[in-house]
Ligand binder design. Sequence first.
Ligand code: HEC
Length: 164
Amino acid sequence: MKSNILPGLFGRPQKSALAGLRFALVLAAINGTAWADAADGREVIELTAAQRAHVLGEMRAMLSGTQAMLIALAAEDMAEVARQASALGMNMGHKAENHLHDVLPPAFMQLGMAVHQDFDRIAADAAFRKDVKHSLQQLGTTLNTCAVCHEAYQIQLIQAQQKQ
Ligand code: HEC
C-alpha cells in the first residue's frame, strides 16, 4: 500500500515540499520539538490537548473544504470553488497557526503555509480563469502536499509522553 503511494508522493510537483521537509527534519534535530516514533516511523510533534484540537480542527476544515470544492467543480460552479478555496487561504493560515509558531517545527509551518497559499491561488484562478481542468490540476498538486506532510508527522499529547 505504502509503496503504491510513495512514487506519486515523491514525483516532480512535490520538490519544494520535500526540500521543506528535509529542512524541517534537520531543524527538528536541533531544537528537539519533534522526535521519531519507532513504531510509526513519523516525526512526533508534542502538543497540549488544546493545541492538538486546534490543529486537527483546521485539518478537518481543509478536508471538508476540499470536498466542497470537488462537488462545486463537478457542477462547474466556479464562484463556489473560489469561495471554498479562499476560506482555506492565508487568512485561515494566519489565524490558525500564528500562535502555534513557537510550538510547530519550522518546516511543518512551511508546508502548512504552502497549502494555504495554494488555496489562495486556486481561489483567484477559479474566479478569473474559470477552467475546471486547471483547478483540478491545482487541487491535485495541493493534495500532494497534504500527503507529504501526513507521511512525515504525527501529533501526540505532551502529557501522554510524560507518563512513559
Ligand atoms: C504541515 C503538515 C500538514 C499539512 C500540510 C496537512 N496536514 Fe492534515 N494532518 C497533519 C498531522 C500531523 C495530522 C495528525 C496526524 C496524526 O497524528 O496521526 C493531520 C491530520 C489530519 C486529519 C485528521 C483530523 C482529525 O480530526 O483527526 C485530516 C482530515 C487532515 N489532516 C486533512 C488534511 C488535508 C485535507 C490537508 C491538505 C489540504 C492537510 N491535512 C494538510 C499535518 C498536515
